[in-house]
Design a protein around this ligand. Structure first.
Ligand SMILES: [Zn+2]
Length: 249
């Protein structure tokens, strides 16, 4: 493993060892705050209905660059089906195994190590840095990031740039970066048909058939992927950016 990755791996291991199954944070955020406070971060913990959230900010100037992520992990399923204990971080064949190694405790570790390295190299950098971390991303997700964002909005705080640490690589680290993410539209669709006799189907209007047509018009099950803008770059090339493709209808 790349030696530059070792501090990140060490912190990721500490996080993976904490059994933070949604909505339990299991001390992960306290560990992050412990690392961030000496760097000048003001760390606020907001507990809502058993969900633990961390808002940490260093500085007050704009622009504000924010890192967003979650400390919770989904349940492990049968532990016997794992090759190693999911809460004992284990290195095998150059890969780190454990619940949350991919989604997304390694990302949280990378946030902290990148911030430490950046501030060591640029102690007087303009602007400010923040983190929004929740313990309820894998669950209902109503008392987590949304609550912090509501508070920020009420205080008139605006985030200029945000990096979300969700894993998006396909084969190699950094081979895919997603610019934005799908949204959700919820609603109630009422489809009114016309009753008829089975012998005269042409005189009836089957609401199931009509609903199918409506489903197609709203994009059906593909709407999520349509709204996701992704790009892949060849290994070794510099990160770049592509404009959001025009939505198809
Ligand atoms: Zn995730």
């Amino acid at each position: 493993m790349d030696t530059a990755a070792l501090p990140t791996q060490a912190l990721a291991r500490e996080l993976i060892a904490r059994r933070s199954i949604t909505p339990d944070d299991a001390g992960c955020q306290a560990l992050l705050a412990e690392r961030l406070a000496p760097l000048g971060f003001q760390c606020e913990t907001l507990v809502v209905n058993g969900v633990t959230n961390l808002w940490a900010r260093r500085g007050t100037a704009r622009p504000l660059v924010c890192f967003a992520g979650h400390t919770d992990v989904v349940p492990t399923g049968p532990v016997a089906a794992w090759q190693s204990d999911p809460f004992v971080p284990t290195l095998r064949d150059g890969c780190l195994y454990g619940r949350g190694a991919a989604d997304m405790k390694s990302s949280l570790a990378a946030f902290v190590i990148a911030i430490e390295a950046f501030l060591a190299a640029h102690p007087g950098a303009p602007g400010s840095i923040a983190l929004i971390i929740t313990s309820d991303e894998e669950g209902p997700s109503v008392d987590g990031t949304a609550k912090i964002v509501e508070r920020l909005a009420a205080a008139g705080e605006t985030i200029d740039y945000c990096v979300v640490g969700e894993p998006s690589s396909v084969e190699n680290l950094g081979d895919m970066i997603k610019n934005g993410r799908r949204g959700t539209l919820s609603g109630t669709l009422t489809v009114i048909g016309v009753q008829g006799h089975i012998a005269y189907p042409h005189l009836a209007r089957n609401p199931i058939h009509l609903a199918r047509a409506g489903h197609r018009r709203t994009g059906g099950t593909r709407s999520g992927t349509r709204a996701t803008s992704t790009f892949r770059r060849p290994p070794g090339s510099a990160p770049t950016s592509t404009p959001e493709p025009a939505p198809t209808t």
